[in-house]
Design a protein around this ligand. Sequence first.
Ligand code: NOJ
Length: 535
Amino acid sequence: MGDVSAGHGGRPWWESGVIYQIYPRSFQDSDGDGIGDLEGIRRRLDHVVELGVDAIWLSPIFPSPMADFGYDVADYCGVEAMFGDLAAFDALLADAHARGLKVLLDFVPNHSSTQHPWFVESRSSRDNPKRDWYIWRDPAPDGGPPNNWTSDMGGSAWELDPATGQYYMHAFLKEQADLNWRNPEVRAAMMDVLRFWFDRGVDGFRIDVLWHCVKAEGLPDNPPNPDYRAGMGEKLKVLQQHSTDQPEVHDIANAFRTLADRYGERLLVGEIVLPLDRLVTYYGTPDSPGVHLPFNFHLLDAPWNAAALARIIGDYEAALPPGGWPNWVLGSHDFPRVAGKLGEAQARVAAMLLLTLRGTPTIYQGDELGIGRVAIPPERVRDPQDLRQPGLGLGRDAARTPMPWDGGPQAGFSTGEPWLPLNADWATRNVATQAADPHSMLSLHRRLLALRRSHAALSRGDFVLLPSAPDVLQYERRCGDERLLVALNLASEARPLQLPGDPARFEPLLSTHGRKAFDGALAPDEGLILMQEAR
Ligand code: NOJ
């Protein structure tokens, strides 16, 4: 398996690499329709290169009716017209590669759009050859849905098709029908999709809701969730015991992996939202490897205090299988903005955490600017999850607002009206303004990424949690003789810095506060990286 590269100390690029998630609708519009596109991304590659990341992951770019903004794919081997065409994709890929950037696409195998020709055929009659490509069942005896499964977007996971008198299953919107991964033809067709893009030169995939792909035989009812309360999203009514995370999914992950490895050094990142003990099973086994990186979302809902973070990091490190490479995420197009949750001061600390933990980090576009809460007026809500279950705070639009590039009209994002509003402070919180300010969030990210690149201890070194003062999370990264100490003050008051040795032997490399000297204490909300002199 061609899984190594001479350029990265014999290790694959993605172990020391950093991934940057681009939400194509909201990165850069090049044709004035208010929606971002591939040519826009190509024109903004400078930003990504100057930031200092190694790979971009593009949320879905495929033809789609956009019921779930591209996660409802109508053709797995094409490009959505509002984003461009295959030629625009090839141009973006070539430019990215020329700049040393890898490109990951978003593979959505669990479900397709109901407008995908496969589903159109499947629904056309009960005996259509593609009927079994999706999950069709007769109504329950009372005419209702075949079982109690709920959709993640609210309501039943079943939709009745009056023409054929059966229900089809959809874990998400009714416009997103779940494929039947127990059917070998589905599997073969999807492997062809991966081949199509690998042959075009893509460097890997983020795999949407991988843990959903197989359902339990017989589709038994899910157990009720004893913790469900009114006001929670309806997906929480039942525990997804039989509708997700089935043993057979690992065989599929292994098939993806085997194919990816045949192409050389390609990366598969699986989206898996599960407790740690289940998450790590998606690394697979030595005989049957799974995805390279099962996405680790455990920082996203972490209580923001030093003790809780230390526990999460420790538990995750301990749960990893031998050889399993860690990864960390702080934001995405599905979760509230990190700076909105923590405020800017702690968002700076969080950035230092993300970029100094052991493992591959993924940065979500706009988090490098510290975009915080964005109010979406009711008439501008676009997220189907919010529209279907209003008032529950499930909206994802606020994390999907357009990138603010400069102080010009529409923040340089578009010459037209953006599909979602900009962050209210875009006139000052934008790339151009922050690039000119050495103390900005963007400058902090650039410094952190440069430091990570120049210190092997940060990119691939061992991780050791250290004792610390209360409210301080402190750890060391070690590689050979190099030892870097990271101390993060989670409190908004000063805290003592307890160094494991003579303070004179520690040289400050980077402070979130921009100070060059340190005095034995951490300022309120300060993160600090120090280099320990070799003995
Ligand atoms: C996870 C994606 O990140 C999310 O945006 C989407 O709604 C669901 N999967 C369904 O594809």
